[in-house]
Design a protein around this ligand. Structure first.
Ligand code: ATP
Length: 459
């Protein structure tokens, strides 16, 4: 067995001819860590990440290399990115706890430590624990270090307890986390939330709850986000359903799937049942062979919505589509989706508000939100999210290169903006045609109105 030094030399030599061999480079860096040669290890992990930029274990090791060099702040930046990502390992939280201690954030350290031990009790470290303040266990309203927009509570299964029906979330976002959309929030309050929270008042005026709101508009403009926030607002469960996934080619199966979904929603009420891609229920887009099968599915959907055999009390129904022109008109009758609401792209003030929300928990300094709101004309919420993500990515690369973390500033977002393109123009090209030539009942008046506005005209 060669000694570590020999092995390090051999691996370095091997990498000269195969620099992109990530496992070998990681092995070399691990050996350098073992030998206490942290600066060299850091360099090797960084090169490895050039070849495998999404490799979470290597990022964790890189964070450790920084931590060992007493660069706890840089380590924290990398670890926070990992904690925000999918399924972070318990070790990520453990190292974050140590890095937070060193960077003077004991409360965050205590929370991260709790998470680490909850995920893997074997990681308990009495020495570290002694340095941590007592904090109550994390509760749903808590913010960093790791704040996910929603928490998966459980997966609904069918009556036999076998087939998963839908994911059920307990969202931790509410209307405060939705930028702009004030009119839509008010519509949702009146139509969906108040009947639930003030049932007596509604009964007194002879109004019954029921029906839902159908939102339509370009992709990425917050339809799903506001549906999730509606559930958060009333602390209800949230069941998001992609309708394409429910529809089944076997005759009768789609109806059964729909029935199970509604049954499940009734069982876990109060619940926001959110149907995305509701245009999948459109008979207008199917050919004649499928027409009658689709009619059965639509009828099933309608009777579930009407609560024919059973009550839908506490089940709040929202739906969304990017293609309202395919939605079957029967769905729009009174008592069903009798409110059809256009969700436009955010205007400058809403873009400003969205960016504030998105950057609220990021290391950012003196951001000129007003200017960014103005310069992101035509951007959807999802486009803005992409913009923030790429600005952070660039900043992180810079921090890794220089070994010094720095907060995000306006210039970083403007730099990322040069590479970013809004994605909603195409939707408006199609919608405009429907609005001009197939605007039954003034359904698309809001789209036409929007296109007349200065913002809309320049899309
Ligand atoms: P699609 O039609 O493609 O399903 P959508 O209209 O449902 O899109 P969302 O998925 O809700 O759009 O939005 C995409 C992302 O953009 C959200 O996860 C959220 O982070 C962000 N976003 C959109 N609108 C807003 C908003 N008004 N406030 C805060 N964030 C927003």
């Amino acid at each position: 067995m060669p000694g570590n030094d020999e092995l390090i030399q051999a691996l370095s030599a091997a990498l000269e001819s195969a620099p992109g061999n990530v496992p070998v480079r990681k092995h070399l860096a691990d050996l350098l860590m073992e030998a206490g040669r942290y600066t060299e290890a850091e360099r090797e992990y960084r090169v490895a990440l050039d070849y495998a930029p999404y490799d979470a274990p290597i990022k964790l090791r890189l964070a450790e290399a920084y931590y060992r060099q007493h660069k706890a702040q840089v380590a924290v930046m990398i670890l926070e990115e990992l904690m925000r990502g999918p399924n972070p390992a318990a070790q990520v939280f453990l190292l974050a706890a140590s890095a937070y201690v060193e960077s003077g954030a004991p409360d965050l350290a205590a929370r991260a430590y709790q998470k680490a031990v909850a995920l893997d009790p074997a990681l308990a470290d009495p020495t570290l624990e002694q340095q941590l303040p007592a904090v109550p266990p994390e509760t749903p309203g808590d913010s960093p270090p790791r704040r996910r927009p929603e928490e998966l509570v459980f997966v609904a299964v069918d009556d036999a307890g076998m087939t998963p029906v839908a994911d059920i979330e307990r969202p931790q976002v509410a209307f405060n986390d939705v930028g702009g959309m004030e009119k839509l929030k008010e519509d949702i309050r009146i139509k969906i939330i108040y009947p639930l929270t003030h049932p007596q008042l509604y009964k007194a005026y002879g109004k019954t709850a029921g029906g839902g709101i159908l939102m339509y508009g370009p992709p990425g403009c917050g339809k799903t986000h506001i549906a999730r926030a509606t559930a958060g607002e009333v602390r209800a469960n949230f069941m998001p359903i992609g309708l394409h996934d429910v529809l089944d080619m076997y005759i009768g199966q789609s109806e059964r799937n729909l029935h199970k979904l509604f049954e499940q929603a009734r069982r876990i009420a109060p619940c926001v049942l959110f149907f995305d891609e509701v245009d999948a229920l459109g008979s207008s887009r199917t050919d004649l062979r499928h027409y009658s099968a689709m009619r059965h599915v639509i009828n099933q959907f309608l009777s579930e919505m009407d609560g024919v055999d059973t009550s839908n009390e506490g089940v709040l129904i929202l739906a969304a589509t990017n293609a309202p022109w395919y939605v079957d008109t029967a769905l729009r009758r009174p008592g069903r989706f009798d409110r059809v609401i256009f969700v436009p792209p955010p205007d400058a003030a809403a873009r400003e508000a969205i960016l504030r929300i998105m950057l609220a928990e990021k290391p950012a300094k003196a951001i000129d939100y007003h200017r960014l709101g103005q310069e992101t004309k035509g951007f959807s919420g999802a486009d803005l999210k992409g913009l923030v993500d790429s600005a952070i990515e660039l900043k992180l690369q810079d921090a890794m290169r220089r070994g010094v973390p720095a907060p995000l500033v306006t210039q970083d977002l403007l730099a990322a903006l040069k590479e970013a393109r809004p994605t909603i123009k195409e939707w408006f090209a199609t919608a405009r045609n429907y609005a001009l030539y197939s605007n039954e009942g003034g359904l698309y008046d809001d789209v036409l109105e929007f296109l007349k506005l200065p913002e809309g005209r320049s899309l």
